[in-house]
Design a protein around this ligand. Sequence first.
Ligand SMILES: [Zn+2]
Length: 439
Amino acid sequence: MYRFCPFYFTFDTVAIPVITFQIESPLVQPYSWVLQELGRWAGFRASVVEEGGEVVVAEWGMADIQVSHFFRNHYVHGDFAHEVIFSKEPLHYCANGKPDYLSTCFYMLACLQEYSDFVPDRFGRFPYAGSWQERFECVAENWVARYFSLILESVPLLQEKVGLPQRRSRVLLTHDIDTLRGAYTEQRKGLLKKMRIGTLLQLMWQHYFSQSDYSRLDKILAIEDEHDARSVFFWLTEQGRSRSGIEHADYGIEEPLVRQQLDLIRSRGWENGLHKSAKRSTYAEEWEALQGHFGVFANRNHYLRLQIPNTFRQMETAGVQLDASLGFAEISGFRAGYGSAFQPFDAKTQKPFDFIEVPLLIMDTTFRYYRKQDASAAGKHIIEILDNNKANATFSILWHNNYFFDRLEPGWLQVYKDVLVWMREHQVTSVLPSQLVDA
Ligand SMILES: [Zn+2]
């Protein structure tokens, strides 16, 4: 049966309407879960009953929400390739030509394409290339929210009792701390090339005798504070290279410098979380290494390494409460076709996981390394993406600490500040893991 999860209730309203659904399909668990997520998004609680439900979900044409028997067959047989589910657009249709929004939302949100065969990239990740998002060139679109709206509009009872949500979006601002000491080593070549010897010497001095730019996290707090924003810092507990060649922290989590930063962040009202390494250590071991510096167990995986559903299972076992790893490194947009926080689903066990996932929409390195854009082009692109996500969304933005202290390209700091200004102008507020989990 569907387990009820505390973070389901994410609304400020006191009385949440309860809507009963009757599911006439063998896919009771998948559809129950999608309806719970629809309810989370729209502001109602979906209660699934065996008979007499107010809204009937079934495969016949007269059902309030019609679902496709083709979809059921594909699902039951584990046929998850998007070429099979979507033909000309990212939407599945019933045999009578009606769009099947519910199954489409389930397919996207449960990341079913990732259960199908794919060639991982060199870091073992699910690649954007070959995804349905690439096939239809639509990765930045919040499809699930769009289809949720269409479900609400097509069922008179839902229209009458719930209506479309009208909320400003919320942003989980995040900083992955991969380096605290790289300011000199990462920038010396570029500074030398540009003959900026004064800056070079300054960074060298800092590197050997003082505090490196990258470790001045207090400056990040000050910038965010000026814009009434708060964020979460994700910390690596591992150093050195993994088997796949991924580099880890250039700091030790036990160092006094790091402990000071952790304390500062927490005492000022910001939050810390785990940046899970690509090494073999478990989530629980790494979490333990952080030694109670944190309230909520929030996590993001280094390099966004995330294998569905195995990684989610490991997170759940360790007690992760919020994860923010779901995104494509190589492009901005929604890996699950959805721009709001949700409880992921395990299509093998047919159960939702016991934690909340906040999709990653925007990451600095996507623009700089994968798209080869400069700061000003990236800034324009980012504002465009944000303009399309002003309402009814909750997503995360990742800005690494080194992007705040780039002496060669200070434009990256400006882009982040522009994001904070945009948020304020559009009444889009920052939200912290503890607020999302405790809601
Ligand atoms: Zn990282």
